[in-house]
Design a protein around this ligand. Structure first.
Ligand SMILES: Cc1cc2nc3c(=O)[nH]c(=O)nc-3n(C[C@H](O)[C@H](O)[C@H](O)COP(=O)(O)O)c2cc1C
Length: 142
C-alpha cells in the first residue's frame, strides 16, 4: 500500500499552554510510532501546521485523533493524497517553533500533490520545498 499524507492548519484553543503542548506531543509520538506515522508540526504560538505521512490505516486513525482534539480548532485541510516515498521520515512527532509569517507562507504555497519541485518556468517554491527547507537543519542533526 503506498503511503498517504495529510497537511492541515489549525488554531490553538484559548487556554492552550506549553505544558499542554508537551503532553499532546508525547501522546501523539506514542501513537504515531506504533502506527508508522512520521512528519512535523509547526507552531507559531497560535497556529499549527502539521504534515503527517504513513500507511493509510495508521494515518487515518492518527488524523482522526487530531480532528477530535479539543486543544485546537478551525482545522483546514490543505492537502491529502498519495505520496510515493516518504518526504519526512525522521520523526514520529516533532514540533518546530516558527515565525507566524513563515507558517503562513507555507500554508499559502502550492500543496498540489505534495510536489517537491516547482515546474519548469515556475519561480515560486512549492509548499513541500518550503517545508523541507525549514526542517532540513533539524533533520541533519537527527
Ligand atoms: C496540533 C495537534 C497535533 C496532533 N497530532 C497528533 C498526531 O500526530 N498523532 C496523534 O495520534 N495524535 C495527535 N494529536 C492528538 C493528541 O496527541 C492528543 O491525543 C489530544 O490532543 C488530546 O486531546 P485534547 O486536545 O482534547 O486534550 C494532535 C493534537 C493536536 C492538538
Amino acid at each position: 500500500m503506498p503511503n498517504r499524507a495529510i497537511v492541515y492548519i489549525s488554531e490553538a484553543s484559548e487556554d492552550f499552554t506549553t505544558g499542554k503542548l508537551e503532553s499532546l506531543m508525547a501522546d501523539a509520538a506514542r501513537f504515531n510510532r506504533g502506527a508508522g506515522v512520521t512528519g512535523v508540526l509547526l507552531f507559531d504560538g497560535q497556529r499549527f501546521l502539521q504534515y503527517m505521512e504513513g500507511p493509510p490505516d495508521g494515518l487515518e486513525v492518527a488524523y482522526s485523533r487530531v480532528t477530535g482534539a479539543s486543544s485546537h480548532g478551525g482545522i483546514i485541510e490543505l492537502a491529502h493524497g498519495r505520496v510515493g516515498q516518504r518526504r519526512l521520515p525522521f520523526w514520529p512527532m516533532r514540533c518546530l517553533h516558527t515565525e507566524p509569517d513563515l507558517l503562513r507562507d507555507i500554508a499559502r504555497a502550492d500543496w498540489t500533490s505534495f510536489i517537491l519541485r516547482a515546474a519548469d518556468g515556475h519561480e515560486d517554491a512549492t509548499a513541500m520545498e518550503r517545508l523541507l527547507a525549514v526542517v532540513e537543519p533539524y533533520a541533519r542533526a537527527a
